[in-house]
Design a protein around this ligand. Structure first.
Ligand code: RIB
Length: 296
């Protein structure tokens, strides 16, 4: 099972705080931690730990963080042949509040230096994959180039449209599975996403644009999904939440693995929810996932 992830790498600078700092306020952090992050890297590391053969295409910075970030990917079994060191490593400054809420400032650094030429140079890797996993922390032109290569070669595309931003109709119609959260879904469609009926309407509008399936992650409320055959909700199991940072990434990495094992969409969502539920019980965006979670 070959999964290619095209995306971002970051070093996450995490500050535990009593509450998210307000404008004009100064507060003390009770603890500071460095974690590996970046939506692309998080998804790649999850898929690799779940037994997939994962190639990562993206950048790390030409600095000390960059060396560590690349080494971490390798340690987690991710192939980094297509990961040059350029510029400054991306950073996420994360406040993690006692309530479990977080807020993130993203400094993209090397992630915004990913080029279309770089993606095209790795056409063979994308073309020979069972799935291409994409997010939106690198330039949209690079995302679109990767999607074009996948489409031309019949590779299914899972696009996690985060951080939220508008997406062209031409990209949407290439997407096999789109995985927004409620906020991202509202931004993509311009529709409300509060009730199940709202979700039905918003997902229907994306299917009409040619998206194969939509899986909306709803945090502790589970997820809502729709493809041309079915739609429905999948509940999340209650867990002891420590840190929700990267929960969506664990979900996406696991979803890709389950789909590549030819599980149905609903079965794959159930599996991804289980993995994401486990991920939030640990601090940091890249949880250690035991081999017992691997799809048999
Ligand atoms: O999805 C969580 C990730 O978003 C963090 O690891 C951070 O780096 C940001 O990219």
């Amino acid at each position: 099972m070959n999964i290619t992830v095209v995306g971002s790498t970051n070093m996450d600078l995490v500050y535990l705080v009593p509450h998210i700092v307000k404008a004009g306020e100064t507060i003390h952090s009770t603890k500071h931690e460095l974690f590996f992050g970046g939506k692309g890297a998080n998804q790649a590391v999850t898929a690799s730990q779940l037994g997939a053969s994962v190639h990562f295409i993206g950048n790390v910075g030409a600095d000390d963080f960059g060396k560590k970030v690349k080494q971490n990917l390798q340690d987690k079994g991710v192939n980094t042949d297509a990961v040059p060191s350029v510029g400054v490593t991306g950073q996420a400054i994360i406040q993690l509040a006692d309530s479990g809420e977080n807020s993130i400032i993203l400094f993209p650094g090397a992630n915004f230096l990913v080029t279309t030429d770089q993606i095209e140079a790795n056409t063979e890797t994308i073309a020979s994959s069972d799935a291409l996993l994409l997010q939106l922390e690198i330039p949209m032109a690079a995302v679109e180039t990767a999607a074009n290569i996948a489409t031309q070669n019949g590779v299914q595309i899972i696009l996690n449209p985060a951080p939220a931003q508008p997406i062209s109709d031409s990209l949407l119609k290439k997407v096999s599975i789109l995985t927004p959260n409620e906020t991202e879904l509202a931004i993509l469609t311009g529709l409300k996403t509060e009730t199940e009926e709202d979700l039905f309407q918003a997902c229907s509008s994306l299917l009409q644009k040619g998206v194969g399936a939509v899986v909306v992650t709803l945090g502790a409320k589970g997820s809502y999904y729709m493809n041309s055959q079915e739609h429905g909700k999948v509940k999340a199991r209650p867990v002891d939440v420590k840190d929700t940072t990267g929960a969506g990434d664990a979900f996406n990495g696991a979803l890709a693995v389950a789909l590549c094992h030819e599980n149905s969409l609903r079965e794959s969502i159930l599996y991804a929810s289980k993995v994401a539920g486990y991920a939030v019980t640990q601090l940091g965006a890249q949880p250690t996932i035991p081999s017992s979670f691997q799809v048999k």
